[in-house]
Design a protein around this ligand. Structure first.
Ligand code: NDP
Length: 286
């Protein structure tokens, strides 16, 4: 029987999720239909779309901009949240909580949320053989994407994390909030600064800003260096990566993170493990 999945967003036409999940389905021999779902940018429409999808027999949904926080609120009031979704305050993966359904909850009451973005990043970095255990890491940005990767990075065993942001108080507020939300996030392990003031030698620097969407460039100090540079953006030339490649760093864009988070969603929904390395090779060629 065909299993139905959607990715909900606004805009949504650009999403690569259908081709990624269709490849996973071929890899695992599952019959799926995975579609892009446009939704008007308001909470009531989002909830109406989700409830109609699951009532109609849908198995799982991905959530993208601008609905990740709305999805969090929706699951908090219904079927619950994974630990990563709770700490992140955002949801990118929806499914039905089977325990609640077995106990008599309606489909609408059983919508459950997870967040696989951060673990997708950590899995991609690990697959590149970039060491995280004991690493000194700088994360530039304090928006939704940065928020999602902090807990998985700490869990991966990094030694220190420096969060740099254009607006300093957003970075300090984020650290306060996350350290209150999770005992594994220790304020002593995390420093904050303004992006232009970030300097020194790091093992890994991750760009989690949205600057790659514009023609602007980050104000990077001449005294800032790293062995590995990662930009969460993908699909275009990224000056951040060019800057560190010219200084001898190994670099990667965020396409592998996108595939990594998708693989984790697919595994939650279907119970099938994805060969991410093989999928990445095929998707990179397409
Ligand atoms: P948000 O809008 O939540 O946050 C944007 C961040 O970028 C803020 O920290 C903001 O700083 C900073 N920023 C924006 N413009 C500038 C600028 N001109 N100079 C310096 N800093 C700037 O976005 P998200 O966190 O949701 O997304 C960030 C990026 O991550 C996007 O490019 C997105 O495509 C990518 N992403 C990739 C994923 C993947 O799977 N590869 C998954 C999720 C996101 P300030 O606080 O000062 O405004």
């Amino acid at each position: 029987m065909t299993q139905h999945f959607i990715v909900i967003g606004n805009p949504i036409a650009h999403s690569k999720s259908p081709e990624i999940h269709t490849l996973f389905a071929t890899q695992t021999g599952i019959d799926i239909r995975y579609q892009r779902q446009y939704c008007p940018d308001d909470e009531a429409s989002f909830i109406a779309v989700i409830e109609a999808f699951f009532r109609g027999g849908g198995v799982g949904a991905n959530v993208t901009v601008p609905f990740k926080q709305v999805a969090y609120d929706c699951c908090l009031a219904r079927g619950g949240l994974s630990e990563h979704a709770k700490v992140t305050g955002a949801v990118n993966t929806l499914l039905l909580n089977k325990t609640l359904l077995d106990n008599g909850a309606s489909v609408a009451e059983a919508v459950y949320g997870d967040n696989t973005d951060g673990q997708g990043l950590v899995n991609h970095i690990t697959s590149l053989s970039w060491p995280l255990d004991g690493a000194h890491v700088a994360l530039i940005g304090a928006g939704g994407a940065a928020r999602g990767v902090i807990m998985p990075l700490i869990e991966s065993g990094i030694a220190t994390l420096t969060i740099a942001n254009r607006t300093l108080n957003k970075a300090t507020d984020l650290v306060n909030e996350l350290s209150n939300a999770s005992p594994i996030i220790n304020e002593q392990q995390i420093k904050t600064c303004r992006t232009a003031e970030l300097s020194g030698q790091f093992d890994l620097i991750i760009n989690a800003t949205s600057i790659g969407l514009s023609d602007a460039t980050l104000p990077l100090s001449a005294a800032l260096n790293c062995q590995y540079a990662y930009d969460m953006m993908y699909g275009r030339t990224l000056p951040f990566l060019q800057h560190f490649a010219a200084r001898g760093a190994q670099i990667s864009d965020g396409y592998g993170m996108l595939i990594g988070q998708a693989a984790l969603s697919f595994e939650h929904w279907t119970g099938h493990t994805i060969d991410v390395a093989q999928a990445t090779k095929i998707l990179n060629k397409s």
